[in-house]
Design a protein around this ligand. Sequence first.
Ligand SMILES: N[C@@H](CCC(=O)N[C@@H](CS)C(=O)NCC(=O)O)C(=O)O
Length: 231
Amino acid sequence: MPQLKLSYFDFHGGRAEPIRLALAIGGIAFEDHRFTFPEFAEVRKTVPFGQVPVMHVDGVQVTQSDAMLRYAAGYQDGPIAIRYPRGIAVCSGKPLKEFSPGKAKTIHKGKKIALLAAGDTLGLASEIWQKLKDKGHQPWLVNLISLKPLDEELLLEVGGGCQHVFTFESNSVIGGIGSRIAQILAEQACKVVNFGYPDHFVTHGKISELHDLIGFTADKLLADIEARLDG
Ligand SMILES: N[C@@H](CCC(=O)N[C@@H](CS)C(=O)NCC(=O)O)C(=O)O
């Protein structure tokens, strides 16, 4: 493992922070060299392009934060996870007290229709569940909780007894958990529809505005679901 020294401003942010996190979480030893903003005047004389971050790899100075991050993330000797939380995560309202890998939680047992929610989409799925119930349906509502492993036993029970299974995730629908569920239920008679983020660029903005823009709201999804139930 080469000797690494990462030089950047002394604050929790900017271009170096994801690299620091990736290295730290990945357990990759590095010298975390930090300097104040006034000290940058001297540092910039010693770095290519007069910019930071720079990384010394066995004494050789390299630049470009994305390359450093890729280097850290490409490290194969241990798991690395990078997540940029933004906004407020709204789940079911109650903190999750128990977590058993491979176990989903059935919130409501139902008939014919199933709503399977991953992560923070439980609030959205619950809202849709209530609206469907108000209209006389009796859908299942399941909090998937554990995505890998999935609760295949419950999925097969739900899928085997339903005509329509709808999955919800705040994630790209391509290659997401919904597509894995569709694979698992491929031999069942139910139709599986995945709701999540589309496979195209979504601009910046407030999460609620973006969800509205892509149709990922209770009312829009309800209309979509009802059209499929009728069809
Ligand atoms: N392409 C470089 C850009 C580095 C960069 O712009 N660094 C800023 C600090 S975040 C800087 O050193 N600015 C001083 C300057 O450009 O004069 C990278 O991604 O590492």
